[in-house]
Write a protein that binds this ligand. Structure first.
Ligand code: HEC
Length: 368
């Protein structure tokens, strides 16, 4: 093996495809393994002559697919069973048939990505530089000439021996291929025109006929209107669609609250409000624990003193970071929720003297 590390290998040029084919066969028979052929068109039998082997790509694709399938399934299983279990109508948390579609999609996605990226990696792409580009005549590989390269990393490679062997194949010429570019050889000069073209294009794109036309900046004057004001005033008497007037909501319950209403209020509260305000109204619901703005506790004095109409108003119109629930909770249910919040508030501030005797004795037992 040659010790000259500045040499990539030897390149032989042939005029005919048949010569290349014969040379490749001869090189393989002579024991060379690191060889590569270049021709302007596919030459029948050349891959066999070079000893192409099956690639590992199918295996990589299989691994990609398995990773995608397991990852997709695990992601859903972890989300629905471990991290964020939600009981929906008593359905099982680990309902694997529901996970199949995404598992399938991710299998395809990861297998596809593995195929493309694996193909690029196995081919050693992208490869902006290759030592063979140092041989000017190598450009003919895509036009009219046929090349066979024997590489230095081949255990059988020896500069003089290998050259002698190549000469015996009657090539048109033989080149010694350096690893690094020869001064002034093919370099980044091919990239430069592309960069200049891109730069020119990006300058020009701003000047196209589609830009800067017919668009008015906020508060920019415009001659179309008699007062030259492009920002038009809101017509008189216009009512915003999402701000129904709050004055229509009375302070106190418009109907008698029964036990049934309270239970309905509890039901609606647990569905719509508990996710943020928590089941006890402390403001520590699941969404808040996941990072949503923490609402105030319902047990602070200000909200205990607020009339039920105030809560109905908040449900109807939203409040600060909390959005309106008017499209999900009807007016009567809003009052029932307000009544239930009253009950929650009472639960935290109840006067022990007013409890039934049985509860009072239970409390005494606990506190002893
Ligand atoms: C998505 C989370 C979320 C849900 C669901 C939610 N709220 Fe709120 N709520 C908040 C937040 C956050 C605040 C505090 C808003 C602020 O101060 O900007 C708040 C504030 C309030 C207030 C207090 C307003 C004040 O004066 O401080 C009341 C009353 C209230 N919510 C009632 C309800 C009711 C009733 C429901 C169910 C219909 C409900 N909220 C559902 C997040 C939520």
């Amino acid at each position: 093996m040659s010790s000259d590390r500045r040499i990539y290998g030897l390149l032989a040029e042939f005029d005919e495809a048949d010569q290349l084919l014969a040379a490749a066969r001869a090189a393989r028979e002579a024991g060379y393994t690191r060889l590569e052929a270049y021709s302007p068109f596919p030459v029948h039998g050349l891959t066999n002559a070079l000893g192409f082997h099956h690639t590992r790509l199918p295996f990589i694709v299989l691994i990609g697919g398995i990773v995608g399938a397991l990852g997709g399934f695990f992601m859903q299983w972890y989300a629905s069973v471990i991290d964020y279990p939600i009981n929906i109508g008593g359905r099982p948390l680990n309902s694997w048939p529901a996970f199949i579609i995404i598992t399938f999609e991710l299998t395809i996605l990861c297998a596809g990505l593995a195929a493309v990226l694996g193909m690029l990696a196995l081919n050693g792409l992208p490869q902006p530089y290759h030592p063979l580009f140092n041989i000017p005549r190598f450009e003919l590989a895509s036009l009219s000439s046929f090349f066979l390269s024997l590489q230095r990393r081949d255990p059988k490679f020896d500069l003089t021996e290998t050259r002698r062997f190549l000469e015996s194949l009657n090539p048109k010429s033989i080149y010694e291929v350096p690893v690094l570019p020869i001064q002034g050889g093919v370099s980044s000069s091919t990239l430069l025109p592309v960069l200049i073209l891109l730069a020119l294009c990006s300058i020009n794109c701003d000047e196209g006929p589609m830009t800067n036309k017919g668009r008015i900046k906020p508060h920019e004057p415009h001659p179309f209107f008699s007062d030259s004001n492009s920002a038009r005033p809101i017509p008189q008497g216009a009512v915003s669609r999402d701000q129904p007037s709050a004055s229509a909501i009375p302070d106190n319950f418009p109907f008698q609250i029964t036990r049934k209403d309270l239970l309905r209020g509890q039901d609606r509260y647990n569905i719509y409000c508990s996710v943020c305000h928590g089941y006890t109204g402390d403001g520590d619901g699941m969404i808040v624990r996941r990072g949503f703005t923490k609402p105030p506790s319902f047990h602070i004095d200000r909200l205990r003193a607020a009339p039920p109409g105030y809560i109905v108003n908040v449900i109807t119109n939203g409040f600060g970071a909390m959005y309106s629930y008017s499209d999900r909770v009807n007016m009567d249910d809003r009052w029932r929720i307000a009544a239930y919040i009253r009950a929650l508030q009472l639960s935290q501030h109840a006067d022990p003297q007013k409890l039934p005797a049985s509860d009072q004795s239970a409390i005494q037992k606990i506190s002893q």
